[in-house]
Ligand binder design. Sequence first.
Ligand code: ADP
Ligand code: MG
Ligand code: MG
Length: 925
Amino acid sequence: MPEQEDRQKFVYDFTEGNKDLKDLLGGKGANLAEMTNLGLPVPPGFTITTEACKVYLDSGSEPAALCDEVSAHLDALERRMGKRLGQADDPLLVSVRSGAKFSMPGMMDTVLNIGLSDESVAGLAAQADDWRFAWDSYRRLIQMFGKTVLDVDGDLFESALEDAKHAKGAATDVDLDAADLEQLVTRFKEIVAKETGRDFPQDPREQMDLAVRAVFDSWNTERAKLYRRQERIPGDLGTAVNICSMVFGNLGPDSGTGVAFTRDPASGQQGVYGDYLQNAQGEDVVAGIRNTVPLADLESLDKPSYDQLMQIMETLETHYKDLCDIEFTIERGKLWMLQTRVGKRTAGAAFRIATQLVDQGLIDEAEALQRVNGAQLAQLMFPRFDDAATGGAATGSGTTGGGAGGAGGKGAKPLGRGIAASPGAAVGKAVFDSYTAVKWSRSGEKVILIRRETNPDDLNGMIAAEAILTSRGGKTSHAAVVARGMGKTCVCGAEELEVDTKRRRMTAPGGTVVEEGDTVSIDGSSGKICLGEVPVVPSPVVEYFEGRTHAGADDADDLVKAVHRIMAYADRMRRLRVRANADNAEDASRARRFGAQGIGLCRTEHMFLGERRELVERLILADTEDEREEALGALLPLQKADFIELFESMDGLPVTVRLLDPPLHEFLPDITELSVRVALAESRKDHNENDLRLLQAVHKLHEQNPMLGLRGVRLGLVIPGLFTMQVRAIAEAAAARIEAKGDPRAEIMIPLVGTVQELELVREDAERVLAEVREATGADLKLALGTMIELPRAALTAGQIAEAAEFFSFGTNDLTQTVWGFSRDDVEASFFTAYLEKGIFGVSPFETIDKDGVGTLVRDAVTAGRATRPDLKLGVCGEHGGDPESVHFFHEVGLDYVSCSPFRIPVARLEAGRAAARSKGSDSR
Ligand code: ADP
Ligand code: MG
Ligand code: MG
């Protein structure tokens, strides 16, 4: 594409764009263009690019060329529609809609009916032959424009509307007649004049230009910024603006507006999903102001439009090869498409849909892997409510159910059921506002945010809460959409519950009252809501990984079947091997069940704790060679037994054992405690010789900064015999396993190496021990010896270090600490929130590897290491090994394996598969 030339073009007609231009046209604009080009009925319009927005955000004013370009496109639109914007006798009206590359639900408000004025309202009435409609459209314009463009408090309009309804005794806005609405317009204009000090603008082009600018400005509202941080959306993308000619769903009962999904976004099932609202405009359908009807009911209301919609939905699914969500409006029996996008879905639905699409021949396995991700898989591994305890099965489709049914589990009382909007089971204390949610969760409480419905102002509370419960709104409501995006449990539209946020309470049909602070349990898979705590059961996906259920079984859960298939695609595709960080046979066995191909990090420090701590004390206190030998001699058989067990559970697979790493004082009593004990004993004239010696040792070993002190290889070189004993234990255990006809594949790993000389010294000693064990046992021992790369110096001199190492394992936890000069425990608790808030990093470098800093060292060390020793084995054993984004990085830099905690192994397998599929250049999105 000729980028250079296009840079100057700031406006695209809907006929000019396509779905791949999301960077430039935003998601909404790109897809409007795509639908237009597919020949679907989209009201004509044009899109102002994100580039124009960026210029505005950078310079504070619109690009010079923009005004004329907009005029030219508006001109063309007017000619096409046969009327001019705001024309007095027959006004062209438009909507001004924000639309960034990534959808940000509720972040930036659309303004409808732009072009209406005191004059043209009469023209609109005449054209439609409907005064009520004209006044309704005008009052909506002033309301939306007042709130979003002129920053007037929206509640002022809301309460004026409530007053009007009240005065009339009207239940909903449709019960207001033309005269009521005309009065309301007068009232709304007064509000605008009073609040802004100027009259509502009557010039249509001025309305439009102000709205466009407001969209640009809305990019930087606090809540938009918060959402971007949450979702890791870069702050400099800017938003596009769509100008779209209006179509009207509020022209009477033969008109209406709706939302639809081509598949159920909660379960993935194919079918007719959506909501429809007659005689309504725009957001009415999702705002919960009136009760919507299920989309299926449209068939009896307006069969031709319904049939056409079904046809279009099929076209879109086949075209996008994915679940689409859709906004449409029917104007007097004519269907109009107002938006589509690849729809958000629950984790379970993502897996099911991906395999369904493979079966339909729409996508291949590599593409299926791009349709799911590790975060979703992790979500599916959450436990959920015990159905038996809450009465009856009924997970799944999550349509609005009747009563709660059945008895509650141990003391939990069913309160009712809402729409299952986002899965997971959550138990927490009821709170009724965002502020309390944040406050209580800061003090460590688990809370469930209960609202009638949510809006963007509730975002903080939603983030803080375990789960969200609303009494209004469907699967497409703000609460549902945002919760699904955050992977948070949500039950919405529990209409039988009366939520009173002012009095901070909720009342169930039987009269049961839930007060703020009461424990409630909600299940986002079934929609169940209970007072009290409901027991939870393990996830079927975990049961499957554990081997307790089988995907092949006839009665296997279809989610398990889908996960099983996707994991098989990933395993076939991936290049990275996946190992586990496991210190004992139990973890190792689980890791193996979860698909681990070995152990990448077995820490030995746990083997020195508990009853054995006393032996370590003796080792530290040893004055003579004999005493030291004795202590080590006592530790040896214990260590050896540990390793035998471990090698047995990982028979045939590599097990990397790291020699002792932490500073020795971690094995000694706490300095304060011991000092007090000694002091008390002194005062009683009751000397304890051992305690005194211990205290001396503790003082001697006390370090200002233990993280940077005597630990890792330094210990091994300074405490004679320690590493030797460990190497001997490993070697003898391996020999014992060989003798038992096993296949041990031990690898010895030296921590905290900074220079090759350290490694060479340890290596010499280790090789001597290995030779001795070989000699003594006759076993054909082959043990690889390698090192962690977790200090910047090690990474910088990786080429030298590789001379003495058969493998590198990047210890990215310590490497991150030492590269940044952070002590993790200290910084995370103190200033990381501030750093995240200030956007210094979008995500903690301990969570996702810092590619530019730490990552550069890893990349360079890989290159230097392999240059010295082409068959150098490379892995990573920091927590990053189980982080999706980091796994992709490790794939890219060419590591051989990642190692992570047993529970993250499926996630790492999946992401390794995804990374390989993506780099093979399949048509990823
Ligand atoms: P959001 O990004 O919040 O979905 P939209 O720009 O899609 O905002 O618009 C808000 C509502 O107004 C939607 O229901 C949409 O379908 C409706 N809408 C937008 N433009 C028009 C239009 N030109 N005619 C009729 N309805 C419109
Ligand atoms: Mg929309
Ligand atoms: Mg370390």
